[in-house]
Design a protein around this ligand. Structure first.
Ligand code: FAD
Ligand code: NAI
Length: 473
């Protein structure tokens, strides 16, 4: 006999598990199906983000930064280190423990909210006017019926043509988070978010890192001034990034040879001990069986409207498997909004205020429009910048790299975008998100008291700089 629910979520990543929690809070009888398993076959809730994405990458970014600081940063503070050693096995073990704690956290939240969890692959069987049938295959074989289904099946890494991932020499994000010894020569294809974060981890641990990027510009999605500043800092750190390359082929023997044309079109080749391929991700609908019910896909993504409705009544889709940025917090916001819509509420997700963060050192974070976007759209704006060099807390911290930049409407002064490269940019950007949600002006931020000494004063000074009245420069 099929078990019946008000809502079944397929996928237990940040989109799916948060949607399930919100639905349960709203009194819906909720189930979540997820197929992630540990090497010994146990469930591991949390999806890509928890298992091989946000969480383990941030754990390794922190550990490798500690190693770099101990080796190169502490001496300036008068803290001398002798006999510094890297225990990579322990570093990887700690990362796995951080992941496990996060997996367990989701299990706890499911129990607390009385969400039924099914470990296995969910696939559509039938979709009727007021209910859907979903088969679960895996550790448990079940049939579920639900009035509402949320597809939250996430994404998988895109492989380079002719270079399938073997997770030994050619690595996706999965293998890149578990290299058992520091490679001497590490190649990375793609200077996007994963390339920069994982390239940074392994450079700090001792690899010579070369990143090969197809586009002629660096970090095209970021504000140009911020990208230029980040480029200079990364180059100084020893991260070698080649732009405008065209990969011609990848040969795997004992090591990996990448043949490519450089920006001038000259044929080149480079030999690496390992190669990370981080050239974007594709929507994951494998095994979902969308054809069985006529669920519409567009370029591989589940097609949805702005409220995450698919073409089928009662079937919704959220997160990486649908259009929009592939970010955990975007998936979560969509999950909450869909659960609330199902419960009859009228929530709204503002795509203009979704923050981006790249967790390099220094961190890069932004929200809203870049200066180049505003120019292209013909919007009259004023910009104000403030360097961390002029911020006392940054000097005390020992990291004065980077700057904060505000762009505001020339007439109304409403903040249109905030761009940061600098220490703790991931935390500082939250103030900008709140300000933009409340349609604050740059003057509003300039009028608010910010604690002294704090990096947040650089936010205030950059906001004041829009009106050419920064106080500390
Ligand atoms: P996912 O997290 O991919 O979860 C989908 C789940 O559904 C998985 O568990 C999958 O196994 C399961 N599933 C798929 N099909 C089925 C099926 N048919 N039946 C049952 N289960 C199924 N984003 C950030 O915001 N911040 C970061 O710092 C960040 N760092 C990242 C670092 C890396 C290395 C990577 C790869 C990604 C990172 N991301 C980050 C992106 C983030 O991980 C994704 O945007 C997020 O995980 C998307 O959530 P989701 O719920 O849509 O899908
Ligand atoms: P990405 O889209 O960020 O970057 C891919 C890069 O590869 C681009 O610069 C692209 O021009 C380049 N590229 C594409 N094809 C290429 C080719 N054939 N040769 C050379 N370069 C090529 O994708 P990435 O880094 O794989 O990450 C996937 C997604 O995961 C991100 O877009 C982001 O949404 C998410 N993510 C988020 C993080 C965060 O929020 N801190 C961290 C890591 C991932």
């Amino acid at each position: 006999m099929a078990q019946s629910f008000d809502m079944v979520v397929i996928g237990g990543g940040p989109g799916g598990y948060v949607a399930a929690i919100r639905a349960a809070q709203l009194g819906l009888k909720t189930a979540c199906i997820d197929d992630w398993k540990t090497p010994d076959g146990k469930p591991a809730l949390g999806g890509t983000c928890t298992n091989i994405g946000c969480i383990p990458s941030k754990a390794l970014l922190q550990s490798s930064e500690n190693f770099e600081q101990a080796g190169h940063g502490f001496a300036e503070h008068g803290v001398r280190m002798k006999g510094l050693e890297l225990d990579l096995a322990q570093m990887l073990k700690r990362k796995d423990q951080v992941v496990k704690a996060s997996n367990d956290g989701v299990v706890y939240l499911f129990k607390k909210n009385k969400i039924a969890f099914f470990h296995g692959r969910g696939s559509f069987v039938k979709a009727g006017a007021d209910s859907c049938e979903i088969a679960v295959k895996g550790a448990q074989n079940e049939t579920l019926t639900a009035k509402n289904v949320i597809v939250a099946t996430g994404s998988v890494p895109r492989a380079l043509s002719g270079a399938a991932f073997d997770e030994k020499l050619i690595l996706s994000n999965d293998g890149a988070l578990a290299i058992p010894e520091v490679p001497k020569r590490l190649g990375v294809v793609g200077a996007g978010v994963i390339g920069l974060e994982m390239g940074s981890v392994w450079r700090r641990l001792g690899s010579e890192v070369t990143i090969l990027e197809a586009l002629p510009v660096f970090l095209g999605a970021a504000d140009e001034q911020i990208a230029r500043e980040a480029w200079k800092i990364f180059a100084k750190q020893g991260l070698k990034i080649e732009l405008g390359v065209k990969i011609a082929g990848v040969k795997v023997k004992k090591d990996v040879t990448v043949e490519y044309a450089d920006a001038e079109g000259k044929a080149r080749s480079a030999v690496f001990d390992r190669l990370i391929v981080s050239i974007g991700r594709i929507a994951n609908t494998e095994g979902l069986n969308p054809e069985a019910v006529g669920l519409k896909l567009e370029r591989g993504f589940v097609a949805v409207d702005e409220e995450c409705r698919t073409n089928l009544a009662g079937v919704w889709a959220i997160g990486d498997v649908v259009r929009g940025p592939m970010l955990a917090h975007k998936a979560e916001e969509e999950g909450v909004a869909v659960a609330e819509r199902i419960a009859g509420q009228k929530p709204h997700v503002d795509f203009n205020t979704i923050p981006w963060v790249i967790y390099t050192t220094p961190e890069i974070a932004w929200v809203g429009k870049t200066e180049q976007q505003l120019k292209a759209e013909g919007v009259a704006y004023r910009a104000g910048t403030f360097p961390f060099m002029a911020n006392a807390r940054a000097r005390a911290l020992g990291d004065t790299s980077g700057l904060v930049k505000f762009v505001a409407d020339a007439k109304t002064d409403v903040i249109l975008g905030v761009h940061i490269v600098g220490a703790f940019a991931s935390e500082l950007i939250a103030e900008a998100v709140v300000a933009m949600e409340f349609r604050a002006s740059s003057e509003d931020i300039g009028m608010i008291c910010h604690a002294h000494p704090s990096l947040s004063e650089a936010m205030k000074d950059a906001a004041l700089a829009v009106d050419k009245r920064a106080l500390n420069i």
